[in-house]
Design a binder for this molecule. Structure first.
Ligand SMILES: [Zn+2]
Length: 295
């Protein structure tokens, strides 16, 4: 009956959180808020101006909110006087990361856009392809791409070598936990967390929420959070055949109901992994423990 005892590993949340529109997080990193707050984006998407020279890299672009363009322009002026964005780098093709590209082109002109290609989601943006291990250099900053699928198959984190900092995109967030969408893969995601955990890093700059100053502790929390969910789901399945909705109702008793559809997506991600590893099986909408796993 452990399912009734709703343990939580990650106790913070981005609900209602606010961040400054422009904030300088280090000598080479300025965060510019995408102006797209919401239940799943928290204060909005963090976009980052990176570098120390006259030309900077912009990491992620928000989702195309016009108010963002004025704030980006102000950030460029306030950062170190007149700097130019020489390249745009995108962590992954979700709309709140790639959706601002066209608006930025309209404001500053066309610049190269670099990411791991995923043509069906790249919104027609011409991409300069990046791959695992790629290096993106600008004055004062060296970014190494680290392929971290699971939340999205095209997801790259970027390791800023000068600061031992990791831009984690949506793999690790400043508060709360990330969603594994229906086209995501929890097994890949857990492997990505292990990969991040092995890095020598002092700080995480996430795509949503504040910087994380104890990065390894946070990543270990994320891993423990998923392991706890696995236990809760297994416990629920142990009581007999059940549905995703029933599991959500049992596990997420302390979560507002409007977030239950998102919780269902997360529970489904766990169930799909259990299906793949032969722990669970499904019959229509009903999930049950695999007979082989229980004998
Ligand atoms: Zn995403």
């Amino acid at each position: 009956m452990a399912v009734k005892e709703t343990g939580r590993v990650v106790t913070d949340s981005m609900l209602g959180m606010q961040l400054a529109d422009i904030d300088r997080w280090s000598d080479r990193v300025t965060v510019v808020l995408g102006q797209n707050p919401g239940p799943f984006t928290g204060p909005g998407t963090n976009t980052y101006l990176i570098g120390t020279g006259a030309n900077r890299v912009l990491l992620d672009t928000g989702q195309g909110v016009s108010a963002y363009l004025d704030i980006l322009e102000r950030a460029i002026l306030e950062t170190d006087g007149l700097v130019e964005i020489e390249r745009i780098v995108i962590t992954h093709a979700h709309p709140d990361h790639i959706g601002g590209v066209q608006g930025i082109f309209g404001r500053i002109g066309r610049v190269p856009v670099l990411k791991m290609p995923r043509p069906e989601l790249d919104q027609g943006v011409e991409i300069e392809p990046l791959e695992d291990g790629c290096i993106v250099r600008t004055e004062g900053a060296t970014l190494r791409g680290i392929w971290t699928p699971g939340h999205a198959s095209d997801h790259l984190c970027f390791y800023l070598e000068e600061e031992r900092a990791l831009f984690t995109g949506d793999v690790v967030l400043g508060a709360g936990t990330t969603v594994i969408p229906r086209d995501g893969d929890l097994g890949d995601y857990m492997a990505s967390l292990d990969r991040i955990l092995a890095l020598d890093m002092d700080v995480i700059y996430p795509a949503h929420g504040p910087a994380i100053r104890e990065p390894h502790k946070k990543v270990r929390e994320y891993i423990a959070h998923r392991e706890l969910r696995d236990q809760q789901i297994l416990s629920g399945l142990g009581e007999g055949p059940t549905t995703t909705a029933d599991l959500v109702a049992k596990i997420y008793v302390d979560v507002p109901e409007f977030l239950h559809p998102a919780a269902a997506v997360s529970v489904d991600a766990h169930l799909r992994r259990m299906l793949g590893t032969g722990i669970a099986e499904r019959d229509g909408d009903t999930w049950l423990l695999c007979a082989r796993a229980t004998t």
